[in-house]
Design a protein around this ligand. Structure first.
Ligand code: DGT
Ligand code: CA
Ligand code: CA
Ligand code: ZN
Length: 572
């Protein structure tokens, strides 16, 4: 993904330029651009190849200057201005900023005093107790630094599903465009839509394995080649992840796809069932004696031959799906085409990057029947939360837009749940809201009991349609607050509050496990993108993947309902 590389550079430029008050606004432009590019599902290199510089200029926050930086990077692999500044300030801001409680100001002080440039050097200095003597630091912050470094280490090299999926698709796009593959597919955890991806697995059928592997190692995102062979090649990508490309014989494609999709635990059980049925199953085929009977190119044949329903990849975790398939009880899981609208969207009125009109235009392209615009409320200052007065005025605008609109626009808000569980909105605005999301954004350090009570109090107001990103976790970043999800589910049931499945790549909240845990209650879910720009809409597939990993069917998800049925559900 070039997006991550370019966003990292722009972020770095933001930190470097913010050191000087005079370049503050320039710095902010870089930060805005970084956030925009980071949140795009499609790779900028693909956009550039398809639409040229015009395509780049459509990205929110990207003007001519920044677009030419992107082109420079895509064509030369470098941005001259960045190289110069980086020479003057060789600090790995992006790496250091991943540490809990570590800001750019601290990084600059430690660079000036001790010459610390990256996490590794910071760790060494902390271990040698060099940091405690620097003014503004101390013994405690030295301990804290070491603690957050070890936390970071424990995350390991797993990347977000959104990044893995985009990268995998880019590789397939590249190999397919070269006309060297007859068939190409994503396997592994990426295909299972697991929230993080350890390495990317790609399978291909090709008449010319040698040529395709030669092509593959020349792919623009390849950093180095780890193993190179004609059946399997492993490369290290610039994202820090590795990718396995396997060339498969046509007659083995179905069984290889089944095998390399995993999970390992799922495979072990399926293989045992094959043996019980006097077959042998491996990545080369389904064998009866010496004969591979899985001549067909798809995996469905294999499951059916073993007496099972076809099992969707998202379910293959050995969490009871095999037993279910043997009893022919695999449900028809929710699909992205079931979604009729997005109920969590931000616009420029709070912290979004696109206007209401632009967000509506993109929803029309998605063929949605309705959307809800849900900006932040006053309490959330850092996200430019709207006052009650501003919201009421904004609702007038939406009423007006609705008159001439092909799509139904619901008046919404993402209302802060305050410390005591009350909602950050007064009666007049509340009475006009069609769709109310309530979320916890502040005071997240509460213990399990208090946080549970806080959320329950919010639900008990009877006004909450959707509980936004219910656990507040950020993948690879922070674990989220602890809550008693069973207790909360009981109140959701009583007050008709739906759990959100937030599709934002770093959230995926609720996650698959919490969905499996809560779906035994008579409650509903809403799969939303929480988009802050038009590109965000495309992350819906991540939320749908998560819902499918939680075995959800369409009838449990409110934004699969048609408009009238949805209004009835939202009525309080
Ligand atoms: P990851 O890469 O950690 O996100 O997870 P996966 O599931 O993609 O794991 P990976 O890349 O190591 O292997 C891809 C699939 O290949 C895995 O899901 C199942 C299959 N596989 C790999 N090693 C074994 C094994 O030792 N036994 C069996 N039965 N299957 C395996
Ligand atoms: Ca993998
Ligand atoms: Ca692998
Ligand atoms: Zn939120």
């Amino acid at each position: 993904m070039k997006n991550k590389e370019i966003a990292d550079i722009f972020n770095d430029l933001y930190y470097i330029l913010s050191m000087d008050e005079k370049s503050k606004f320039e710095a902010l432009a870089y930060q805005k651009a970084a956030r925009s590019i980071e949140s795009m599902p499609e790779d900028v290199s693909i956009i550039y190849k398809r639409e040229g510089i015009e395509g780049l200029l459509k990205i929110p926050g990207i003007g001519k200057g920044l677009a030419s930086h992107i082109v420079e990077y895509l064509t030369t692999g470098k941005i001259e201005k960045y190289e110069e500044l980086k020479n003057a300030y060789p600090i790995d801001f992006n790496g250091l900023m991943r540490l809990e409680g570590f800001g750019s100001r601290k990084a600059i002080i430690l660079y000036n005093k001790l010459g610390i440039k990256n996490v590794e050097e910071l760790k060494k200095a902390a271990e040698n107790h060099e940091i405690r003597d620097i003014p503004g630091f101390g013994e405690k912050s030295e301990e804290l630094i070491l603690k957050s470094i070890s936390l970071l280490d424990s995350i390991g090299g797993r990347i977000l599903l959104g990044t893995g999926l985009a990268e995998a698709r880019k590789i397939i796009w590249y190999l397919t465009a070269a006309n060297l593959v007859n068939r190409c597919a994503i396997a592994g955890s990426t295909r299972r839509m697991k929230e993080t991806v350890g390495d990317i697995d790609i399978l291909a059928i090709s008449l010319n394995p040698e040529k395709i592997m030669k092509m593959f190692v020349k792919f623009e995102d390849v950093k180095s080649v780890i193993v190179s062979g004609n059946t399997k090649t492993t490369v290290l990508l610039n994202t820090g992840t590795t990718c396995d490309l396997r060339v498969i014989k046509p007659e083995s494609f179905g069984s290889a796809l089944q095998y390399f999709t995993g999970s390992k635990d799922h495979n072990v059980k399926v293989r045992k069932i094959a043996i019980d049925n006097k077959y042998k199953l491996n990545e080369y085929g389904l064998f009866s004696g010496d004969r591979n009977i899985s001549v067909e190119m798809d995996e469905k044949f294999i499951y059916n031959q073993l007496g099972m329903d076809y099992i969707p990849p998202e379910m293959r975790e050995d969490r009871g799906e095999i037993e279910m398939a043997l009893e022919h009880k695999i449900p028809r899981l929710i699909e992205i085409s079931d979604i009729k609208g997005d109920l969590h969207l931000h616009t420029k009125e709070s912290d979004g990057m696109n206007t209401t009109e632009e967000m509506i235009a993109y929803a029309l392209k998605k063929n949605y029947e309705y959307i809800a615009i849900t900006n932040h409320t006053e309490h959330l200052k850092i996200a430019k939360g709207m006052t009650e007065k501003e919201l009421i005025k904004y609702f007038d605008t939406i009423d007006y837009l609705n008159k001439n609109s092909k799509i139904k626009i619901l008046k919404g808000a993402e209302v802060d749940i305050l410390k005591d569980g009350s909602l950050d909105l007064q009666d007049e605005a509340l009475s006009r809201i069609d769709c109310l999301i309530a979320s916890v954004h502040t005071d997240t350090g509460m213990n399990r009991e208090k946080m549970t009570q806080r959320i329950i109090n919010a639900i008990k107001t009877g006004k909450v349609n959707i509980l936004g990103h219910p656990t507040g976790r950020l993948i690879n970043d922070r674990p989220g607050y602890e809550i008693d999800i069973d207790e909360i589910s009981r109140y959701c049931e009583k007050y008709k509050t739906a759990f959100e499945i937030n599709s934002s790549p770093a959230r995926l909240d609720l996650n698959d496990e919490n969905i499996l845990k809560t779906s035994k209650y008579n409650i509903y879910y809403s799969v939303n993108t929480d988009s802050h720009n038009i590109y965000g809409y495309d992350f819906m597939e991540l939320g749908i993947g998560t819902a499918r990993r939680g075995w959800l069917t369409k009838n449990r998800v409110i934004n699969t309902m048609d408009y009238q049925a949805l209004l009835k559900f939202l009525e309080k």
